[in-house]
Design a protein around this ligand. Structure first.
Ligand code: GDP
Length: 538
């Protein structure tokens, strides 16, 4: 008897066409560079809404998520707390949120495993800042192409050439400006398009509340209008031409060069140019590759990967939501999917599918889109869901933790609940759980990328698992991966400790600080101590 198998090569051309018009990206930046302002500017510009309304300062903001929800209600833009969908011409732009600020955590990094491109947003006065660098490391490790947007050009800042130099020198990313500012930061006159030499003169809108008025001029008109500033910009452009800083698709796609745009999100300067660059340069969702290295065409039946888990915001429902990026095929609410890790069916009938904080606005979604599945308690970060031929994507790597604390159950009689809770939080990727024979099962070490993850642990252990925990912070700031052969030596080190990461059984050495690490490396040249980069792909 022959068993009929579904062909893995069956692909749907309509789905492939839908995939081709999608751009899924995230903004990587340091707090205050203008991510929220830019997000709103992109959405509003795309929606061609002429009055953006005043963008409020930090004080009267309730955070990005609630801003987005407010925008959804006010303007009918489809949003979840994880993704903002922007329709722009024929394109669908999916902007995935990278939680920053105080809630910087592993989630922030994982989002970057679900995008095809990143916008590196820089404050023109500050250049590369620490959080941007960490997020950039993840992009580099995953070879995510990066478009650079130099923001706040309406304010005094640094020289454009100096900023480009910093990007090249510090992170080895070759900048290739697409446009060039006329007038120094703080006296921003307009932008020269490097492809055709044309000039877009920008006029500040009164109060900065509405879209800046733009006027296209040819070079002769522009030279007359801007005088010395124009001449200086032309000289700088010549220099760029000489050093060959021109857009180059293969190196951009490989994450080696970065198209750069200048602008100012708040008064809406240069935002349309950024939208255009996303449409023209950012890659559409590619055919995904599974854990075995097999390519599954985007037009193949549905497959997607969980990149983020979130406790339900509704306190009456204890269940959790899974955010899934679609890798192939089309999703329709009500589909029954297969959960690759367990082989069990996962019904999406009641799922609050797709973009909508409180209501479902779309019932169908395509590669590059993000869907939100409720009742997802059985799912974990990195899990694959599919229909049709079996597929499993490679695990999403865990990232280098920098904060460590020992967890103990406050009430010894609730040890079972304690164990269950810690295991659940580990599976969800809320924190990494490390153990050792020396410390024992009752005192696992929790490892986090950002300290706020510990607050989440405390809260959920008490509220959800009824097993309040006590956390004692450990004086380590670094983790390095070692192996079984090196473990006996590593155990004897001072200022360090060896633990096993439960999720993948990796042996990690925790070290007080980088000075201690240097001494250890100097004294033990044969010891295996591999860095877990910020984007430490396991
Ligand atoms: P986030 O922390 O990266 O989300 O930054 P916000 O979007 O909250 O912006 C931080 C501050 O910078 C706010 O006061 C914004 O109004 C201001 N800002 C953002 N973009 C610009 C810009 O292009 N020009 C000026 N002058 N201010 C800006």
């Amino acid at each position: 008897m022959t068993v009929a198998t579904e062909s893995t090569t069956h692909t749907d051309p309509d789905v492939a066409a839908e995939a081709a018009r999608r751009r899924t990206f995230a903004v990587i930046s340091h707090p205050d560079a203008g991510k929220s302002t830019l997000t709103e500017a992109l959405a509003l510009h795309a929606a061609a809404i002429t009055s953006a309304g005043a963008v409020h300062g930090k004080g009267d903001r309730r955070g990005v998520t609630s801003d987005w929800m407010g925008m959804e209600q006010a303007r009918g833009i489809s949003i979840t707390s994880a993704a903002l969908r922007i329709d722009y011409g024929d394109c669908v732009l999916n902007l995935l949120d990278t939680p920053g600020h105080a809630d910087f955590s592993e989630d922030t990094y994982r989002v970057l495993s679900a995008v095809d491109c990143a916008i590196m947003l820089l404050d023109s006065a500050k250049g590369l800042e620490p959080q941007t660098l960490k997020l950039f490391d993840v992009c580099r490790a995953r070879r995510v192409p990066v478009i650079t947007f130099v923001n706040k050009w309406d304010r005094p800042g640094r020289e454009p050439l100096e900023l480009l130099d910093e990007i090249e020198q510090r992170i080895g990313l070759r900048p290739t400006p697409l446009n060039w500012p006329v007038g120094i930061a703080g006296d921003f006159r307009g932008l020269i398009d490097r492809t055709d030499g044309c000039y877009t003169k920008l006029y500040r809108a009164p109060g900065g509340a509405t879209r800046a008025r733009e006027e296209r001029l040819d070079a002769a008109q522009a030279a007359q209008m801007e005088g010395d500033e124009w001449t200086q910009a032309q000289e700088e452009l010549e220099l760029l031409g000489e050093i060959g800083a021109d857009y180059d698709e293969p190196s951009f796609r490989a994450g080696e060069s970065s198209p750069v745009l200048f602008g100012a999100a708040l008064p809406n300067f240069g935002v349309s140019q950024l939208l255009q660059a996303l449409v023209e340069l950012a890659p559409a969702p590619a055919d995904p590759v599974d854990a075995q290295g097999q390519v599954r065409p985007v037009g193949a039946p549905f497959a997607g990967q969980v990149f983020k888990m979130q406790a339900n915001m509704d306190k009456n429902h204890r269940d959790r939501m899974a955010f899934v990026r679609i890798a192939s095929g089309h999703f329709e609410r009500g589909m029954v999917l297969t959960h690759a890790r367990t082989g069990r069916p996962f019904a999406t009938k009641y799922s609050q599918a797709v973009f909508g904080s409180e209501r479902s606005t779309i019932d169908t979604a395509y590669p590059g889109d993000v869907i939100a599945l409720v009742n997802a308690n059985a799912l974990s970060v990195g899990d694959t869901l599919y229909t049709g031929p079996t597929v499993q994507f490679a695990a999403i790597p865990s990232f280098a933790p920098e904060h460590f604390a020992v967890a103990r159950a406050r009430d010894a009689s609730r040890y079972k609940q304690f164990q269950r809770g810690i295991a659940q939080l580990d599976a969800e990727g809320v924190v990494q759980v490390l153990t050792s024979d020396v410390r024992g099962e009752q005192a696992p070490v929790l490892a986090a990328v950002g300290p706020l993850q510990f607050d989440v642990v405390k809260h959920r252990m008490a509220e959800e698992f009824h097993a309040p925990v006590e956390l004692s912070h450990l004086d380590y700031t670094l983790a390095r991966r070692t192996d079984a052969a090196s473990a006996p030596t590593a155990h004897g080190l001072s200022g360090a400790e060896v633990l096993t990461r439960r999720a993948d059984n990796e042996l990690l050495v925790l070290i007080h600080n980088k000075y201690r690490l240097r001494v250890i490396e100097r004294d033990n040249p044969d010891l295996a101590l591999e860095p877990l980069l910020a984007g430490g792909v396991a």
